[in-house]
Design a protein around this ligand. Structure first.
Ligand code: MIG
Length: 801
């Protein structure tokens, strides 16, 4: 007879002593007396993976987060043991595993100092309700340790003292500190004693991170199921941690077409066609550059994906073509919910092929979204993704749409308490069947991935462009992203700044917020300040909900329109600089935005800075975040910087007041930088030009700058049709030398560089190009000290007095 029906509370369980050890190539296998198995794999000299099983048996080793292109291999690996520990050594790290407890500690292999150690280390609780375990890890937190990353969290840059949840959630009008919101990116970087390391907890279940919030000297992370499976990534530079994480989870598979880095205008919703045309025409009339116009859900027939409302858009192909002729690319929204309607071919086909998600006991997962009751494709099934990608044929190949915007893919469901699918919904998870508890956080990424493949196929030979709202680690391989439904407030302007920086340090640089705010309506001043920040985000789009009025650049009066134009023009001028930063991102994983801590971690004054950031490698930006400002105090990182507007040279390592009226903002250029600029264009490809500008900022000393270029679309760049120019500047008291080195065989239309010298401390008297003296007149040297020369020079040498 069973008398006790109370659930037995076992509480936390821990590994006991290690009784078995074996080494297999790059992996050490340990087992403990109580049946815990630990696998320690050396991925690279600075990257070690830890994987624990409480049953002695591991799950199928499958991850959506890790890319197959991740670099692997180490230069050195040695394993020894003493009475108390197993000791694994690579060229970068020493990892000690305690025999009695399986606790781990990690040391720098060069100076032997401790980087990170387990507090309790791995432990778990059994989950009666779902089976499996709640897996947990706790680590000692050092005194001055600080924490960064975690994707879209709308909080200040440093995460210390806070606790977070990762569970993709539709969060209309979220606020500062709302958690969680749309994305789940379980990766952070920590800095202690000047050294940075990162932890990527590759587990798609709902997870939590605690950065010395509950206990001052402990950081911990845990998940509602799955394995304790994390990657320890050592720097010691934060930038290297981020690069290694990005290498593991993937860089974008292709460069975006250059137009995707232009300015984009969006609203919920522009319709009918005449309204769309009125908007695009006003951009051209007012000469505000713009490359893309978005159609939100109202372009569809009753919110049915892949259909058009024929009343509002009688001939989409003609409209898209006309927009394109005027330099506008059309981007359309596509949601995951498919309307239950047997007359609707997309629904019918998916039903016949059994592609929709099902509840545990067999019925389809039914949920209400914009079209009414819907079923939802299971994007975690390869066959479904293949089918989904095929649906884009007409939209892309025939109608000529250039980009697709995936929304509501957390997935969001209306009128239910948890705003999403119930936990019991089943998913294929690429042949590893599971419940929604495991697939929820990855659902949006798999939708964006399937969308990306559709665009890739049908936009060929052009490059695909996708944007997504929800994402898990690795989504950056397929798509750009925006931060969801923010609000038109000053506080949200600061949030947008922090989110974009945080996304960049979380491997996801192609990101931006709805400029001006989605909910509510900004005053003109806020809109102008937001544009000023937004033009320095890789994804730059104005978007708003129509309920709150218009939000085009011209609705706030002439003064604001002029400011918007000025800054959007600046973005278009700096496109070659941004494109170069993007190239460095997809090649090396270098984040396009660098928070000051990432730029100079050795300067501890940067550890708690949130507002200032480096755009690319050589431009320092600090948005104005308050109304009625005439300027602000900001921190200038170490080194010397030119004020972009005045050319005044300031020395960093301190706070400074910087003037910035409404038509200005703090922008600084690193001393010695060579910044490439295009002429202003109303859209990419509007003009053919014979020269581009190089702004040369004098420095006594050396600085290197880069300029990447290619055809701005298509895939030829992958076959060597690109050009990568490196400029090495050496400045002396009365001389300036610029050496150019070029790689790749792309030949741009322009043949000349107009070089503008800022703050040369001397008057140019003699000029040599490739060791041959040239006449000043030939180079049309003017008062402003600028010269125009053929782009293929090897060495430019200025002498002066
Ligand atoms: O429930 O498609 O975040 O950008 O305009 C709202 C309408 C659905 C939410 C997105 C927003 C978009 C809106 N969508």
């Amino acid at each position: 007879m069973i008398v006790n029906t109370e659930l037995e509370q076992k509480g936390n369980l821990f590994p006991s002593e290690i009784i078995n050890y074996k080494k297999e190539v790059d992996t050490l296998h340990f087992s403990t007396k109580n049946g815990v198995a630990l696998q320690v794999t050396v991925v690279r000299d600075s990257v070690i993976r830890f994987r624990y099983s409480t049953t002695g048996k591991f799950e199928n080793d499958f991850s959506y987060g890790i890319t197959i292109h991740a670099s692997r291999g180490y230069s050195f690996l040695d394993v020894t043991e003493n009475a108390t520990h197993y000791i694994l050594t690579t060229s970068k790290l020493i990892c000690k595993i305690e025999k009695l407890s399986a606790q781990v500690s990690l040391f720098d292999a060069i100076d032997l100092k401790l980087i990170n150690e387990d507090e309790i280390g791995f432990h778990w609780e059994e989950s009666y309700e779902f089976g499996g375990d709640i897996v947990k890890m706790s680590k000692a937190c050092q005194k001055a340790e600080s924490f960064y990353g975690l994707g879209d969290k709308p909080v200040d840059v440093n995460l210390k003292g806070k606790r977070f949840e990762n569970w993709a959630t539709d969060s209309y009008a979220f606020g500062k500190d709302t958690d969680p919101i749309y994305k789940a990116i379980p990766f952070y970087t920590a800095i202690q004693e000047n050294k940075a390391y990162g932890i990527f907890f590759d587990n798609t279940f709902k997870s939590h991170f605690d950065f010395a919030h509950e206990r001052r000297n402990v950081t911990s992370f845990w998940a509602q199921g799955g394995e304790m499976n994390y990657y320890f990534i050592y720097g010691p530079e934060m930038e290297d941690v981020v690069k290694n994480y990005t290498d593991l989870t993937g860089k974008p598979h292709t460069l975006p077409p250059l137009w995707a880095l232009g300015f984009h205008q969006c609203k919920w919703s522009y319709y009918p066609e005449s309204n769309v045309k009125e908007i695009t025409k006003t951009f051209r009339d007012l000469k505000i550059p713009c490359d893309a116009i978005y159609l939100d859900i109202d372009y569809m027939d009753g919110f049915r994906c892949f259909t058009w409302d024929k009343k509002h858009f009688p001939d989409p192909k003609r409209m898209v073509k006309e927009l394109e002729d005027d330099g506008f690319k059309t981007v359309v929204i596509i949601d995951p919910g498919i309307k239950i309607d047997l007359e609707y071919s997309v629904f019918k086909e998916a039903l016949d092929k059994d592609y929709f998600c099902k509840r545990a006991d067999g019925p389809y997962m039914k949920g209400k979204v914009w079209p009414g009751e819907c079923y939802f494709p299971d994007y975690t099934k390869p066959e479904v993704r293949e089918w989904w990608s095929g649906l884009f044929k007409e939209l892309i190949e025939d109608i000529g749409v250039k980009g697709v915007w995936n929304d509501m893919n957390e997935p969001a469901v209306m009128d239910v308490p948890n705003k999403s699918f119930p936990d019991d919904v089943r998913h294929d998870y690429d042949g590893n069947p599971c419940s929604h508890r495991k697939a929820h956080n990855i659902y949006g990424t798999q939708m964006a991935r399937a969308t990306y493949h559709g665009l890739k196929k049908y936009a060929y030979p052009k490059r695909p462009f996708v944007i997504t709202r929800s994402a898990y680690s690795g989504a950056q391989r397929y798509t750009s992203t925006w931060m969801g439904d923010n609000v038109a407030t000053w506080e949200h302007l600061a949030v947008a700044n922090n989110q974009a920086q945080r996304m960049a340090m979380s491997g996801f640089s192609f990101a931006g917020s709805d400029i001006g705010g989605f909910a509510g309506q900004p005053q003109g001043e806020l809109f102008a300040r937001w544009i000023q920040l937004g033009v320095f985000h890789a994804f730059c789009r104005v978007h708003s909900s129509g309920d709150h009025g218009n939000q085009e650049p011209w609705v706030f009066g002439e003064e604001i329109t002029d400011i918007v134009r000025k800054f959007v023009e600046l973005r278009y001028q700096l496109l070659p600089y941004l494109y170069t930063a993007f190239w460095e991102y997809i090649n090396e994983g270098t984040p396009i935005l660098k928070s000051l801590v990432l730029y100079d971690q050795k300067d501890t004054a940067t550890h708690y800075r949130s507002d200032e950031f480096i755009y690319g490698k050589q431009i320092l930006i600090c948005p104005i975040l308050e109304p009625n400002a005439k300027g602000r105090r900001m921190y200038i990182p170490r080194g010397a910087w030119y004020n972009f507007w005045t050319n005044e040279l300031v020395t960093g390592g301190k706070e400074l007041w910087v003037d910035a009226n409404i038509d200005s903002m703090p922008i600084f250029i690193k001393e010695g930088a060579i910044i490439p600029k295009y002429p202003v264009q109303q859209y990419i490809g509007e003009k053919k030009f014979d020269e581009i500008t190089l702004d040369v900022y004098y420095k006594e000393g050396k600085e290197a700058s880069k300029l990447y270029d290619d055809a701005h679309d298509g895939y030829d760049y992958k076959k060597g049709r690109f050009s990568l120019r490196t400029f090495k500047l050496t400045g002396k008291k009365e001389e300036l030398i610029i050496q150019q080195h070029k790689r790749g065989d792309f030949n741009a239309d322009y043949s000349k560089f107009r070089m503008v010298f800022h703050n040369l401390p001397f008057q140019i008297t003699t000029i040599q190009i490739d060791n041959v003296a040239v006449q000043l007149e030939d180079l049309n040297t003017a008062e402003t000290q600028d010269i125009t020369i053929g782009k293929e020079f090897t060495e430019l040498h200025l002498f002066g007095k």
